[in-house]
Design a protein around this ligand. Structure first.
Ligand code: FES
Length: 220
């Protein structure tokens, strides 16, 4: 065997890569940096908490807090409403109705004929003749509609089924069975006409008229 195979000549570096001869006295070239390789991040460690320790939770976001407040407010409002309705059950109930008695001024405020200024407020007409003043309750005696005053025809005409009444409320056409009722009237201490719709004077069909009774008119 040749001895050259056992010993490397001086100036040669033993390496696995192909040998490169470098002249004697030159510094060795810097070794190339090893290629960077992606290093997997270490797996997160799961630490088991000891039993019985407090579990910390993240605070609720403000949107959740607001929603919770709204829900609770709605529930509280409903409970209050139900409670008030429950209390209302034990309170006496009263129906407020307009008074049947009212004043409509002095007789001198009315001219001869029919005055309709109180129709909307009290559902009455005031009729003045040469010797008396009376108040007609504006309700058709057929089925209860409110007739219209037709000044040009000097009559009341019911829009529902066509009944007609003269200026004193006496029926003369249509299905109305009798004249319209009149309300109680009197002069009070101040000379004002006081009307009471709770006291009506009628002229039932085939019966005697109540229109001449005291209280059915004011004599002039
Ligand atoms: S209600 Fe007036 S005519 Fe029928």
């Amino acid at each position: 065997m040749d001895s050259k195979t056992d010993q490397e000549p001086a100036g040669k570096v033993a390496s696995a890569s192909p040998e490169v001869e470098t002249p004697a006295g030159t510094p060795p070239a810097a070794k190339p940096a090893p290629p960077k390789t992606a290093v997997a991040a270490p797996a997160a460690r799961v630490v088991a908490k000891p039993v019985g320790s407090l579990v910390e939770s993240a605070p609720d976001p403000p949107v959740n807090k607001m929603r919770r407040r709204i829900v609770w407010s709605a529930i509280a409002a409903s409970l209050v409403a139900y409670f008030l309705m429950f209390l209302r059950f034990f309170l006496p109930r009263s129906i407020l109705e307009p008074s049947s008695t009212f004043r409509i001024g002095a007789p001198g405020d009315y001219a001869l004929g029919v005055d309709t200024k109180w129709q909307q407020q009290y559902r009455i007409w005031v009729t003045r003749t040469s010797d008396r003043l009376f108040v007609i309750y504006a309700r058709c005696t057929h089925l209860g509609c409110t007739p219209d005053w037709k000044a040009s025809e000097n009559k009341f005409k019911c829009p529902c089924h066509g009944s007609g009444y003269d200026s004193e409320g006496v029926n003369f056409e249509g299905p109305a069975p009798r004249p319209m009722d009149r309300a109680y009237v009197e002069l009070d201490a101040e000379g004002q006409i006081r009307v009471d719709l709770a006291r009506l004077y009628a002229w039932p069909k085939g019966e005697e008229s109540k229109f001449d009774e005291k209280g059915a008119y004011i004599p002039l």
